[in-house]
Structures are given as C-alpha cells and as structure tokens.
Design a protein around this ligand. Structure first.
Ligand code: FES
Length: 111
C-alpha cells in the first residue's frame, strides 16, 4: 500500500493473504489490527477514529489501535500486526503461524 492512500487520522480495511486487516494512521504512524470486532465481528477499519481510539461502527465498542486493547477491558485485545514503512510503501506483516486456544491450551496453527 502507498502511504498516501491513507490520510492522517483515518483508517481503512485492506486484505493481506486473505485476512482483513484494519490499518490506521495516527500522528504520522501506522497501526494494523484485526478488522473483526470481538463483540460480533463489526468492521473496525470502517469505524470512527478519535485519536488512537477506533469506535466499532456496529455497536460502539472502543479499541486502542496502538495496542489492540478493548477500552473497557484492556486485557481483551484484537490481534495486532507489525507495520513496516519503507519510503512511500507501507507493508503489513502477517505471521504464517497463529496461536489459538483449544480447551485451555495454546497451540500454534499454520495459516
Ligand atoms: S460488533 Fe463491534 S461493537 Fe458490536
């Protein structure tokens, strides 16, 4: 993605390796989180951005885009992705292995 595709103080949804990622630009920095709200899957990349906080467009849950934390329960987080800016280009790194919890145990699963 070209850095000029995302205006300061805004967000959008991009698809990376088939995964919908919400990317935001705040104070000149880029932040990428999972696009799916923890409540009912609302598209966070389409939410209103207030500083570092994005408001889910469906029912108003709020997340810090720099940490992925839900405002009211900060230990609940959406996945975050590393963003690398090289010149005018912005890259989002998607790990090939993800951690999932199965019956109380954390296991690694290939995407
Ligand atoms: S789906 Fe996001 S607040 Fe309900």
């Amino acid at each position: 993605m070209d850095a000029t595709d995302l205006a300061e103080g805004s967000g959008k949804v991009v698809s990376v390796l088939g995964i919908d990622v919400a990317i935001f630009r705040v104070d000149g920095r880029f932040f990428a989180i999972d696009n799916k709200c923890l409540h009912r899957g609302g598209p966070l990349g389409e939410g209103e951005l207030r500083g570092r906080t994005v408001v889910c467009p469906w029912h108003g849950w709020k997340y810090d885009v720099a940490t992925g934390s839900l405002e009211v329960i900060p230990t609940l987080k959406v996945s975050m992705y590393k963003v690398v800016v090289e010149g005018p280009e912005v890259f989002i790194e998607i790990p090939l292995v993800k951690q999932v919890e199965v019956e109380g145990e954390t296991i690694e699963q290939r995407r």
